[in-house]
Design a binder for this molecule. Structure first.
Ligand SMILES: NC(=O)n1nc(-c2ccco2)nc1N
Length: 323
């Protein structure tokens, strides 16, 4: 490797570590000016040495040629839809049904905020992002790889080397409230169409045929599940621990994800998140509760397309404001 190549590889690795610290650990270690300096240096070297440009360089998150249409993607593992509960009694009935089906075995819940964005699947092969798809109808989605690659919090390469050779990460692409407000303010100033809510803004931005438009939209991503996992790696037995593994590989996971062991503690989690809902930087419409043990999830299975082992616990509908 030439000196230039090794400097470019080092700069790329440094930017990926900055991204991990900023988007995953939420603890940036360098000021923006330093981040920009390193990024500018890498861009300059890539312009001077185009033959050394790597397709998954962090400078390539700016989008490319517009598509004529989206390709269809068949999900190897269907992307589930969730049943809902709306009050404590329904949740207790849900939890009691699980207890019966587990013949009284103890079980915990992994509790997560229910992000109000767009479910996506990210496929990493040998640690590199090779395909991104929307949920679609659960069986078939749209190939939005070029667009997903422009989302700053979606890593183009996984961190470390203990990840499985083939890993499908599932999560939510969403638009944080601040980004949504700024986008609509700019639209108002330009007399352009405004989005009704962050969810529509995220969907509209992600399903752009021109990824250069997506690249300009303030999208974010949180992982909350996996799909296909193939090849040798240190498998864990708990959904919560699996999310912590995804975090160690450079995928952002909401810091609000917690494990709770009793029905009362789950209800306390639901109330706490509901109380803090307005202050969260992204929109949610409830919490998602999942049996934490992967073995117990497997033994509980699914009813038609919804898992017996998970439910969304929704908040009362907010009065809709019309723009
Ligand atoms: N929307 C959302 O935040 N979700 N959705 C799931 C889910 C759907 C199917 C399995 O897991 N989990 C979370 N946190």
């Amino acid at each position: 490797m030439s000196d230039i190549q090794s400097e470019m590889a080092a700069l790329s690795a440094q930017i990926e570590e900055f991204n991990y610290q900023y988007y995953v650990l939420d603890t940036p270690t360098v000021p923006d000016a330093e981040y920009d300096r390193v990024m500018q240096r890498l861009r300059a070297l890539e312009e001077q040495n185009p033959e050394l440009l790597q397709s998954d360089s962090p400078t390539q998150k700016v989008g490319g040629q517009a598509l004529a249409a989206f390709e269809q993607v068949a999900h190897e593992v269907p992307m589930l839809s969730l049943d809902n509960v709306f009050n404590d009694e329904d949740f207790v009935a849900f939890a009691n049904r699980i207890e019966e089906r587990l013949d009284g075995a103890a079980f915990s819940f992994c509790c997560e905020p229910k992000l109000d964005g767009l479910a996506v699947s990210l496929l990493y092969e040998n640690g590199r992002l090779v395909r991104a798809a929307t949920r679609g109808d659960g069986q078939t989605g749209e190939n939005i790889t070029a667009n997903a690659k422009t989302i700053t919090s979606v890593p183009l390469k996984l961190r470390g080397d203990d990840f499985p050779p083939r890993l499908e990460v599932r999560g939510e692409v969403f638009m944080p409230k601040a980004g949504f407000d700024a986008l609509n303010q700019r639209a108002r100033q330009r007399d352009e169409k405004q989005f009704a809510n962050p969810r529509n803004a995220a969907a509209g931005s992600l399903r752009q045929l021109d990824s250069r438009i997506t690249a300009k939209r303030p999208l974010a991503f949180y992982a909350y599940s996996t799909g296909v996992i193939e090849g040798d790696y240190a498998a864990v037995s708990s959904h919560y621990e699996q999310l912590m593994q995804l975090k160690s590989w450079g995928l952002p996971v909401s810091p609000e994800v917690k494990r709770r062991d009793s029905q009362n503690d789950v209800i306390a989690y639901y109330r706490d998140i509901m109380e803090r809902r307005a202050a969260l930087p992204y929109e949610i419409d409830g919490v998602v509760l999942k049996v934490d043990s992967l073995a117990q999830q497997n033994s509980l299975g699914f009813v038609s397309r919804a898992p017996r082992w998970a439910t969304a616990f929704k908040f009362p509908a907010e009065e809709e404001i019309t723009l």
